[in-house]
Design a protein around this ligand. Sequence first.
Ligand SMILES: [Zn+2]
Length: 319
Amino acid sequence: MWDKKGEDISYKWLKKLKQRLLVEVEQEEEVTLAKPTARQFAGERQEDEALAALSDEDLVKYAISRAPKCNSMNFISVGNKNAENVKLIQQQLQKAGANITDPEGTFGQTTLIAAIAAQKQAGIRADGCVGTETVAALKIPIKGMRAAGGRDRAITGEGKCRYKKPGNTRKTRKIMQADDLWSYTEGAKGRINIAPGWQRANITKVQLHNGKRVRLHNAVADSFAKAFQEASEESGYNPSSVQTQVARHILWDPSKGLSNHTYGTAVDFDPTDNPYGKRSGKIRDFPEFINIMNCHGWLWGGDWKTPDDMHFEFDISRL
Ligand SMILES: [Zn+2]
């Protein structure tokens, strides 16, 4: 870990950054730092490369603007209300040499800076959002977050990530159809034909851990591959049929709206074993599978009023 590498690079980095920020804070009102920041970055998820290119100050501002999103995904960042978990993070950061001046259990600016420094040192995504990857790298003993393995694991067990948010289909449709390239014509039997330009610009082929290649939207392809692998490996459920992008109406019915499968943001697992409209899917024997998919932002159709046990769709509003 970062305190065992001899030269404590990140601590120096942390100290310098803290000094600069303290000057900045002194110049402004104490809380104003978060406000222009939130507007500047609007909480949008930046690529790892984009983050690495940010100045230290901008990185901290980004982390603050992103914190509500981080917390809403059951991870931990600035303003997190779970004082017990924040305390565990602070203790581990302090052990590694960070000088945290935030009150115990309060995730404020110095905890954030220390977290970013530790993430940088560990060579993982440095965004001040303490998720499974950080917990594993820093061996933070938070219950419900797995500290084993180097992979970015979701929070598993005890239904930690289960959330049954309705209305995602409409939101996704709005986001997808706002694309200038978007248009379609009706096809046969509830299918539609998407404008090839939209298809080329938005859909990608991704290889899954089981060797299959599937078509998904660019924005969710990596998330799906990761979620599916983790869900399968952890739960022991290995669906052999994985159906992804099919441009069509809901239930193949031309009088209904467009299915999220159209945009490559929805997936069906083993339709025969997990039939539509029944609460009897084989998948129900593997709650951990559903939970882990949820952790990665994939909503389960089995939670709907009319259950669709085979179906998961990405909550695009979380991006
Ligand atoms: Zn489906």
